[in-house]
Design a protein around this ligand. Structure first.
Ligand SMILES: Nc1ncnc2c1ncn2[C@@H]1O[C@H](COP(=O)(O)OP(=O)(O)OP(=O)(O)O)[C@@H](O)[C@H]1O
Ligand SMILES: [Mg+2]
Length: 255
């Protein structure tokens, strides 16, 4: 299963990514989670300490590796470099292991204006493509609302895109934009996940704003989830209710 998670800022994407990864790992799947958000914080959601998380070098900052593999000079635009560098050993070498989950942090890539590519972006793009198309593991991408950099070649192999929505019109509006972007790049299965919903009224108002976006499941608002974030612990240690809601979503997804 290859999943991408998107949605407006702060709606709960990273928490959901971590919880789904844990469920895959508990069910004996090999799982790789990818922090593809420039403001990376998936490590912390997996329970990696803030100090250790700060020590993680994002893939796009591995200048020597990128130079060696692409034949280009990272940090420069133009010039000649390979668009199809070797990446298949990267998921085994540049990962952080926690609770049976493998984490890769992609990092920000300067794109130097629209359409322009540099060695770092070529490398990260190829790596994402490898993860989604060529790996046998379950792969979950924690993304921002902008999903365009996934690229068409990769997008069509994403089994499902989950758009997290909170009870607010603005997150529903972002979900509509994401749905359109997804259609543009060729992702077929796009579902909404309602997060932090506590009343039927909230569900009614928001689902009416999301025509054509099937709801995969609903998660409540749990103080234990905020508590996990406060303490820098993973949700599976503090929030069993949240985990069982995510487990229902996972079952729905698998079926
Ligand atoms: N169901 C929930 N109940 C209570 N709190 C929640 C719930 N889901 C997420 N949160 C809290 O909301 C905050 C934002 O969650 P998270 O970091 O997962 O969102 P995000 O979409 O990844 O944010 P960003 O866009 O900044 O990456 C965190 O403090 C998290 O603990
Ligand atoms: Mg996040």
């Amino acid at each position: 299963m290859k999943l991408a998670i998107s949605g407006k800022g702060g709606v709960g994407k990273t928490t959901l990514t971590a919880a789904l990864a844990k469920i895959y790992a508990d069910n004996k799947y090999s799982v790789i989670v990818v922090d593809a958000d420039p403001d990376a914080n998936l490590a912390t959601a997996l329970g990696i300490s803030a100090d250790d998380a700060d020590k993680i070098t994002p893939i796009s900052h591995l200048k020597k590796l990128i130079a060696e593999r692409t034949g280009g000079e990272p940090g420069t635009f133009g010039g000649m470099f390979k668009l199809n560098p070797k990446v298949d050993d990267v998921p085994d070498k540049y990962v952080h292991r926690v609770d049976g989950i493998r984490l890769m942090v992609m990092g920000t890539v300067e794109t130097g204006g629209s359409g322009c590519i540099c060695p770092e972006s070529a490398f990260v793009k190829r790596l994402l493509q490898h993860l989604v198309i060529e790996r046998r593991e379950a792969v979950i991408l924690d993304m921002e609302a902008g999903i365009e950099h996934l690229g068409r070649a990769t997008a069509k192999y994403v089994d499902a895109l989950l758009v997290v929505v909170e009870p607010g019109q603005r997150s529903a509006q972002t979900a509509r934009v994401v749905k359109k972007l997804a259609a543009d790049i060729g992702i077929e299965n796009v579902y909404a996940v309602l997060n932090r919903f506590s009343t039927d009224e909230q569900e009614k108002v928001i689902t009416e704003l999301l025509p054509g976006l099937p709801v995969l499941g609903k998660i409540g608002e749990y103080a234990t989830v905020r508590e996990a974030d406060l303490q820098g612990r993973p949700v599976w240690e503090t929030a069993p209710d949240y985990m069982s809601a995510v487990k229902s979503i996972w079952k729905q997804l698998e079926s």
